[in-house]
Design a protein around this ligand. Structure first.
Ligand code: BTN
Length: 274
């Protein structure tokens, strides 16, 4: 069902992109190693004379395919043609940095709902799930010097047209908007909506309105008995996903009664406690 490799980004822009920050500059590449690296390169490249550094905030890098797409915890992000792979350069305040990932989750859920009618949910920390399978992933990488945030790159991989069963890495774990709906979904419409939703949430964040409450309502994890595991040999813990804190960390009530704050890790549903 994947469409041919036309430049869907120019179609997105041609039909109107109504944003203030996100998409002030949009770059499309047929193939990149990772859009994260290209966005980071642009964010820190020397521009002209003087100390001015880096591309304008809101610059978007989109690739048709990635040869070294990456996910959280150093994992590979399978990146065939037909999906959306993008990174956006942001320069938020340090205070707002933790909310970038959350606002991307909210934007992805909103966009999926508006374009397809599907009700996506978020699996902590920020997997966008449709029918229990992963439809989108979010990655934030930032560079901080001293107390100063130089820039942050927000990456989103949204599965639109691919068949997840074509790859052993995604079979049974991932889905795409076309697989979930059984119909063709124009990528340019998804991209335009996603950039608009990101922009509107980012403007709100800049005006002091965090996406935390909306994000919390989209979490499918809360109240469930879960296992949190750490792939770097850190083992695992089970307990009730009781709540989140004020920047989106998971508050896990361990089986022994202790409440711990989880800042990273993988969550899977565990059998309900007897
Ligand atoms: C995850 O769920 O592990 C996060 C996946 C993030 C994938 C996107 S695709 C666009 C951008 N470029 C990358 O290399 N990664 C992010």
């Amino acid at each position: 069902m994947a469409e041919s490799s036309v430049n869907f980004v120019s179609a997105t822009i041609r039909r109107g992109l109504f944003t203030r920050v996100v998409g002030r500059r949009v770059l499309f590449y047929q193939e990149l190693g990772s859009t994260m690296d290209e966005a980071a390169r642009l964010a820190q490249e020397k521009t002209g004379e003087g100390p001015g550094v880096g591309t304008i905030e809101g610059t978007v890098v989109v690739a048709e395919t990635q040869t070294q797409g990456r996910g959280r915890l150093g994992r590979n992000w399978v990146s065939p043609q037909g999906n959306i792979y993008l990174s956006v350069v942001f320069r938020p305040t340090m205070e707002n940095l933790p909310f970038l990932s959350l606002l991307a989750g909210v934007a992805a859920v909103q966009t999926i709902g508006k374009i397809t009618g599907l009700q996506a949910r978020i699996k902590w920390p920020n997997d966008v799930m449709v029918g229990g399978l992963k439809a989108a992933g979010i990655l934030v990488e930032s560079v901080i010097e001293g107390d100063e945030l130089c820039y942050a790159v927000l990456g989103i991989g949204l599965n639109v047209g691919f068949d997840p069963n074509q790859s052993v890495e995604t079979a049974g774990l991932a889905t795409s908007l076309e697989s979930a709906t059984g119909r063709r979904i124009p990528r340019e419409e998804v991209l335009r909506q996603l950039l608009q939703d990101l922009d509107s949430l980012y403007l709100k964040l800049q005006h002091g309105q965090s996406p935390l409450i909306q994000w919390r309502e989209m979490l499918e994890t809360l109240g469930r008995n879960v296992r949190v595991s750490w792939s770097d040999g850190g083992g695992s813990q089970t307990g009730i996903a009781e709540d989140i804190d004020d920047i989106g960390n998971l508050l896990l009530r361990l089986d022994g009664g202790e409440l711990i704050t989880v800042t990273a890790g993988d969550v899977t549903l565990a059998p309900p406690r007897s």
